[in-house]
Each structure stands twice: as C-alpha cells, then as structure tokens.
Ligand binder design. Structure first.
Ligand SMILES: Cc1cc2nc3c(=O)[nH]c(=O)nc-3n(C[C@H](O)[C@H](O)[C@H](O)COP(=O)(O)OP(=O)(O)OC[C@H]3O[C@@H](n4cnc5c(N)ncnc54)[C@H](O)[C@@H]3O)c2cc1C
Ligand code: SF4
Length: 314
C-alpha cells in the first residue's frame, strides 16, 4: 500500500506524534496505514534483546529485563513525553519520529502568518535564511540510546526484509531525515546486551512531565576494573540526527574513569553539538548544557552495577 500510494499515505503506529501534526496540517495525506500488526513482544537471543516495533514505550520502560540489562534504554523510553502518550506511543514510532523546529511545529495559521519554511509549504529556512538546508532537530529519546547499544532495526518493505544499524538509519537533513525507504516499515530493534556494559540516558527539558529533549546524552561503557575498554556517547536534540561524540569516545577509551577524565570527556563530547535557535530555551545555554548532560550520564553509568544476567525468555 505504502509503495503504491507514495506521499499520499503515511504509516501510523501510536499516532502520538502523527495525529497532532495532521491537525496542524504539517502533513497532507489521504490515507493512514495502521501498523497494529507489529510485534509487541520483547525477547532475547544470545547477548541481545529484540524489541518488537509495536511495543509501547510504557511497556519498554517498565520491562524488568530491559531495566536490568539495558537500563539506559528503559530509562530513555520512560522519559519520552508523558505517561498517557507512552501508553500509546511505540518503540518503532519513536525511532521514526519527525524532526522538530519552533517554526514548523505550529498551527497552519501561525505558519501562514509567519511565512512558510522549506520543511512545509515554503522555500527558505526561517532559522538560517541563507542556508540551503533545513536544520530541524532530531528529538527521539530512544534513538541515541539504541545507537549507543549497537542497535539494529529490522525493516520490511516491497523489496523484502533487511537489517540496518540504527547508526545509519538517519540522515543529516531536517526534511529527509531517515535513510530507509519511505515504504519500509521498522519491525523491530535489536540491542546488544553485553553483561559488562553499563548504560545511562540523561535528558534536559523544560518540564519533566512532558517535553521533548532540548539536549540529551546516551552513554554505554564497558569497564575493566575502573579502566574504560569501550565507550559510546550519542547526543540527542543537538542536530538533525542523533550525534555520536566520536572524539570523546576515543579520548575515554583506555583511561581510568575519574572525575577529571569524565569532565574532560564531557567537554570534548559537547564540541560538535551546534544547537540553533529553533527549539525551547536559548540555544547558547543549550550548547553549554550539553557537557553537563554528558557528564551526568557518564557518572550515572559508571556508578550503575553492570547487568548481572541476561535471561532467556525464548
Ligand atoms: C506533547 C508531546 C510530547 C512529546 N514528547 C516526546 C519526547 O519527549 N521524546 C520523544 O522522543 N518523543 C516525544 N513525542 C513524540 C511521540 O509521542 C513519540 O516520539 C512516540 O514514540 C511516537 O511513537 P508513535 O507510535 O505514537 O508514532 P506515530 O505518531 O504513529 O508515528 C510517528 C512517525 O513515525 C512513522 N512510523 C511510526 N511507526 C513506524 C514504523 N514501525 N515503521 C515506519 N514508520 C513508522 C509514522 O509514519 C510517523 O511519521 C511527544 C509528542 C507529544 C504530542
Ligand atoms: S530549520 Fe528552517 S527549514 Fe527546517 S523547519 Fe525550521 S525553519 Fe523550517
């Protein structure tokens, strides 16, 4: 159906992001393709968790096995929006959620009065008028954590089934932000569950009860004693895609985890983050807060005990 109807149709899972956008006429389509058939199961194979794309965020955040084995992922799912939206919103929908911008996430009337932008109905960027591209912000909470956990999505489309690392599921483009084909459905996300890995997700937002992230850090570290043998740090809400802080990861590898190395790592991680004036609160303050969320996430992950067991659920 999706391939036949092209841009006239969209998939809908929980509808928590899509329905408000349809009301604001950010998408103009004539068909919704329901994804109710997607798996709502969480199960594990050898050293990995397979989370069905139809699993709700509430279920993922409360699952005792995910909480123990990949705590940062359960944490990220539990910090998305608010409890009613987590009861309906899905893991697959969260990975595919639209990029955000203060000039775009507005009613049709507001956008018309301000002047449309290139993401919908217009031809310039209102945040960076001389820019040829859209800088809308990747605002998924679970995508950075899935990348930090070497996540892989299952995709099904007209050409069949395939797998894609979550790290290459996104493009650095506020409009065309997903690298999958529009007619491909995300059916699952598989997360590495190495018992030595400690994880944490820290999110900054105005209201803890509901808001999207304005900065966030997903961290997965493996320690040998107090030496870091592996480290992934992925930032949310500071670019049009989840931003991996590769220089900081390299810096921390092989070092002892001390207050000083954590602070230095956080400083390096914050460097590539370039928030623009298109999300909540002042962008120069958001930039300064990136190092704070990274530091916080590293401390949380390091003080968390490594997951002791990965149970076989079948
Ligand atoms: C007030 C409010 C606050 C919010 N706060 C947050 C927040 O803090 N963090 C956050 O990450 N999100 C937030 N959201 C957005 C949204 O609730 C979540 O991202 C949610 O996980 C989306 O999942 P869904 O199943 O409802 O997706 P839907 O709304 O059904 O779909 C979202 C998009 O993904 C596509 N899609 C859905 N499932 C699939 C699939 N399996 N395969 C391919 N495409 C798919 C849809 O076509 C659509 O483009 C918020 C939304 C609101 C209204
Ligand atoms: S970044 Fe620019 S083009 Fe993109 S949604 Fe915002 S104003 Fe529009």
């Amino acid at each position: 159906m999706a391939a036949d109807l092209g841009p006239r149709a969209m998939f809908v899972a929980g509808g928590t992001d899509l329905f408000p956008k349809l009301k604001r006429r950010q998408f103009e389509i004539d068909t919704l393709i329901g994804l109710d058939f997607l798996s709502r199961e969480i199960h594990n194979g050898s050293a990995q968790w397979v989370v069905g794309a139809g699993v709700t965020l509430a279920a993922a955040s409360n699952d005792p096995h995910l909480k123990e084995s990949v705590a940062g992922y359960a944490e990220a799912a539990g910090l998305v929006s608010s409890p009613p939206l987590r009861n309906a919103g899905t893991v697959g929908g969260n990975l595919c959620v639209d990029t955000r911008c203060n000039y775009y996430d507005m009613t049709y009337e507001w956008r018309k009065a301000a002047g449309f932008c290139m993401k919908k109905d217009g031809d310039i960027c209102l945040v960076a008028p001389s820019s040829p591209r859209c800088w809308a912000v990747s605002s998924s909470d679970t995508a950075p954590m899935a990348i930090a956990l070497d996540g892989v999505v299952g995709l099904t489309g007209p050409e069949g089934e395939r797998e894609l690392p979550v790290s290459v599921l996104y493009r650095d483009d506020g409009i065309d932000y997903m690298a999958k084909q529009p007619s491909e459905v995300v059916t699952s996300v598989t997360l590495a569950a190495d018992p030595r890995t400690r994880t944490a997700y820290v999110k900054l937002r105005r209201r803890g009860s509901i808001d999207f992230p304005i900065a966030g850090a997903a961290v997965a570290i493996q320690l040998d004693g107090d030496e870091v043998v592996r480290c992934r740090i992925v930032l949310s809400a500071v670019a049009s895609h989840p931003l991996e802080a590769t220089a900081a990861e390299e810096f921390l590898k092989g070092k002892r985890l001390t207050d000083e190395t954590i602070r230095e790592t956080a400083d390096i991680a914050a460097k590539p983050a370039r928030p623009l004036d298109n999300a909540d609160l002042a962008h120069f303050w958001r930039k300064r807060m990136v190092r704070v969320v990274v530091e916080d996430a590293l401390v949380r992950a390091s003080t968390r005990t490594a997951s002791s067991k990965v149970k076989l659920l079948g």
